[in-house]
Design a protein around this ligand. Structure first.
Ligand code: COA
Length: 201
């Protein structure tokens, strides 16, 4: 087995190969339509059209999947990208520049396969990938805390660096997080980070 493979009960968590691309895209599109409610948005979701080109063919990017048999049930993507400003604060872009920031995207698990530790295992694998890939200095992500499971999940594996919520339930309620890059092969829970909140102007 490769370095990026782990069995969890009936599931396997692994780095995606070409055979996983179609199933991964299906998990992502179903999440946009059924969980987020706004469906595919070309401006935000362009990577989903070419998962192979964006994640499988770029050495600094990766896609991880959770599978049961031949079915892809969960996804996690890593690519070199800064947060976008606007809408996000300029200070975050300065702290997380594109060339040295591994941003996590598409951390989705189909509803019927949740709470088996699949997202945690995919994120841990992504973290090990980032640690083994030269040039990255931080792992960053942001999430809309209105989405079911998103906030408790990220609080269990990452540290908040900026809370942009404004209590308006009709708008994105975004919280920004960082996950420390392990020096060795440490596990996710063993190294809870000590990070400073991002000071805003
Ligand atoms: C967020 C999400 C990816 C979590 O996937 P998952 O495989 O169920 O997560 P895990 O089983 O690895 O959970 C790890 C820990 O996170 C926390 N957690 C995850 N989901 C939770 C929930 N709904 N409520 C409370 N805590 C939760 C728990 O501490 C859990 O550990 P435990 O089960 O031992 O208590 C999944 O709920 C999802 O796809 N949500 C919709 C899409 C989304 O919002 N993605 C994240 C933002 S991009």
């Amino acid at each position: 087995m490769t370095e990026y493979f782990r069995a969890i009960g009936d599931y396997d968590v692994q780095m995606a190969g070409p055979q996983h691309v179609e199933g991964a895209r299906s998990v992502m599109l179903d999440t946009f339509y059924r969980e987020f409610g706004y469906g595919y948005q070309p401006g935000w979701h362009w990577d989903v059209v070419d998962l192979d080109g964006v994640y499988l063919r770029s050495p600094r990017h990766a896609l991880f999947v959770a599978t049961r048999g031949d079915e892809v049930v969960g996804t996690t993507a890593v690519r070199a990208a800064a947060p976008k400003s606007p809408p996000h604060p300029r200070e975050l872009v300065e702290r997380y520049p594109a060339d040295t920031t591994a941003q996590l995207f598409r951390v989705y698990v189909r509803r019927e396969h949740r709470r088996h530790g699949l997202a945690r295992a995919m994120v841990e694998m992504a973290r090990r990938f980032v640690a083994a890939t030269p040039g990255y200095r931080a792992i960053y992500l942001h999430t809309d805390t209105r989405i079911d499971g998103a906030e408790p999940f990220w609080r269990s594996v990452a540290t908040e660096v900026h809370d942009a919520r404004n209590d308006d339930p009709t708008r994105y309620q975004t919280v920004h997080f960082e996950i420390p890059i392990p020096a060795g092969d440490g596990d996710l829970t063993a190294q809870r980070p000590v990070l400073q909140a991002v000071p805003m102007a």
